[in-house]
Design a binder for this molecule. Structure first.
Ligand SMILES: [Mn+2]
Length: 288
């Protein structure tokens, strides 16, 4: 409750910060995505992989599939959820993955650390998913018995937005970490490029305000522009804006890396800074 209060206070101060621009925006709060593109790559990906997981669960001995589960932190905030969703898609489309033999390619599936009915308790996340036209029935939640059973027996796990697996699952199953919090030093089998923790221990500062900035860099660098789509850019953009309080200098959360990601994502989603503010203000209304 305290954190909700803190967010509302921050939101209120940001509204004051943005006040000069708000008069321009009062008539544009019924924000809708500008794309007329009906193809939503991420939603298709999520629905297909969820189906594969369920089919595998009903007949595990007749399938050669292996699954790499992507898991955000237990708070299951917007950054944890969106970073897991987009990273799974990014890994499946990554140029480097196409060089591996077909047999060894796992199916990357994001598993959300909350019950399906609890998503409604996160209005900021639900709102962003809705703006990006992500159907919540395509998501895989922890209370899905088939998914959680498979997660418990996972071959491999990738962590986003945290760096310690909070579960009684064998910790050595963690094969990759993408995070912006202080390194707890666990999972020491995960090294080098696979341990991407954007945190400067020398001054105890995160190098990015949002894990979605790290995921955006990978998405834009490793995935062909043919697989760059507005819904994904909107999800990443919305999360980075939320985590950095619209890059407010007062909040002091955003970094140059976040700004660079915002600029690159804006080109995919074709959004101006005025539209960023509209999106952000829209968020404040859903949070409070
Ligand atoms: Mn985060």
């Amino acid at each position: 409750m305290q954190s909700r209060l803190r967010r509302c206070i921050l939101a209120a101060s940001c509204i004051l910060f943005l006040a000069p621009q708000l008069s321009l925006l009062t008539t544009t709060l019924s924000y809708t995505p500008s794309s007329t593109n009906t193809e939503n790559m991420l939603n298709s990906y999520l629905r297909e992989t969820k189906g594969q997981l369920h089919r595998f669960s009903s007949s595990p001995h007749t399938s050669s599939h292996t699954f790499n589960f992507i898991s955000g932190n237990q708070a299951a905030d917007t950054d944890s959820i969106v970073s897991a969703l987009v990273l799974a898609f990014t890994m499946s489309k990554s140029k480097s993955q196409t060089h591996k033999s077909l047999k060894s390619i796992p199916i990357h599936i994001p598993i959300l650390s909350l019950h399906a009915t609890d998503l409604a308790l996160r209005p900021d996340t639900s709102h962003l998913l809705s703006l990006a036209k992500i159907d919540t029935s395509s998501l895989t939640f922890m209370d899905d018995p088939l998914a959680s059973n498979n997660f418990a027996n996972a071959k491999s796990i990738t962590l986003t937005d945290h760096n310690t697996l909070n579960s009684n699952i064998d910790a050595s199953k963690v094969v990759e970490i993408i995070d912006h919090h202080k390194d707890d030093g666990n999972h020491d089998n995960v090294k080098g490029k696979l341990r991407d923790i954007a945190f400067d221990a020398s001054n105890s500062k995160a190098l990015v305000g949002s894990c979605c900035t790290q995921v955006a860099e990978r998405y834009l660098d490793d995935v062909s522009p043919f697989d760059h789509d507005e819904s994904i850019a909107l999800l990443l953009l919305g999360t980075i804006l939320l985590d950095t309080m619209n890059m407010s200098p007062t909040a002091g959360k955003g970094t140059l890396r976040d700004q660079a990601a915002i600029t690159r994502l804006s080109k995919v989603s074709e959004r101006s800074s005025l539209q960023h503010n509209t999106l952000f203000v829209h968020y404040l209304y859903t949070i409070c």
